[in-house]
Design a protein around this ligand. Structure first.
Ligand SMILES: [Zn+2]
Length: 290
């Protein structure tokens, strides 16, 4: 079902025009735009980062490994899903992997920045892409699965987002979430990325359960690289040195390959049923129970 963000009327229709108040979302760059006032920029992310991301993520061990983990989780827990919404789809790197692995799935992607959607539309064949604010999702009981991969840590009102995800899911529908973990890993990289927080496992679980979900699986990942993450954060920085986000990507192809192999081993362990307690990130899979 669609939900009118102007009057909250819920309706079934091909068109997005509300059957009660006639409100209709406008188009920005040909994308339906549900939060046009936020489309260009807000405090959550630096929109210029999209061009950079689109160039780098396909080669980078971290993004490649996260895609494999997400595809595994989707296949294991939600194989029967007919449709899927990714919130904060960015340049569409995850969605394009999902589209490739689940060709029958009806795919929706949303992003607060319409310029992210421009990159995504070039990568995706059949996805419906929407500009929207995750705190106000224009659907009710519509989706089998919703994913948000390293998104909710950017949003102050993360609990509202989880509640909106719950409302937008069919009963027994599921969520797949990834977030950065451990408050003590907080660094300049988090500040540059406009993170509001890094999560603890307990905090994420509590927030997800309060929003009406039952958690099926939770594990840390990027666990085997945690020692390296700690060392990189202890390295002293020159005073007044400009933080360079590219430094996170500026690793030699050889090191990139080695790190990818380590994370491939970690993924094999996760697939065998291991749940790691510590790691740079957290994966959570849950289903809607109320
Ligand atoms: Zn309306």
């Amino acid at each position: 079902m669609k939900k009118c963000l102007n009057c909250n009327h819920e309706f079934n229709s091909e068109s997005w025009q509300c059957m009660q108040c006639s409100y209709e979302p406008i188009l920005i760059n040909n994308f339906l735009s549900f939060a046009p006032e936020l489309a260009q920029e807000n405090e959550g992310f630096n929109p210029e980062s999209f061009a950079l991301l689109a160039k780098l993520e396909g080669k980078n061990f971290w993004f490649r490994n996260r895609n494999r983990l997400i595809i595994w989780a989707f296949n294991k827990y939600f194989k029967q899903a007919k449709n899927f919404l990714e919130i904060g789809c960015g340049t569409g790197f995850v969605l394009s992997a999902i589209e490739k692995n689940f060709p029958q799935l009806q795919i929706y992607g949303s992003e607060i920045y319409s310029n992210g959607l421009t990159f995504a539309s070039q990568r995706l064949k059949n996805a419906q892409l929407l500009q929207m604010d995750a705190r106000k999702i224009p659907f009710m009981q519509e989706f089998d699965v919703i994913g948000a991969f390293d998104v909710i840590e950017h949003i102050k009102e993360d609990e509202d987002v989880l509640k909106e995800m719950n409302n937008s899911l069919l009963m027994k529908g599921g969520v797949i979430l990834t977030v950065p973990q451990h408050r003590w890993l907080w660094s300049q990289a988090d500040e540059y990325a406009h993170h509001v927080r890094r999560y603890t496992a307990k905090e994420l679980k509590n927030k997800v359960e309060s929003a009406g979900f039952k958690v099926l699986k939770m594990t840390s990942f990027v666990s085997l690289l945690l020692p390296l993450m700690i060392i990189s954060r202890l390295k002293p920085r020159k005073p007044n040195q400009q933080f360079d986000i590219l430094s996170e990507f500026k690793i030699s192809p050889l090191l990139n390959k080695i790190l990818e192999i380590i994370l491939t081993i970690e993924l094999i362990l996760i697939k065998m049923g291991v749940s790691f307690s510590f790691g740079g990130s957290l994966l959570l899979i849950a289903v809607k129970v109320k």
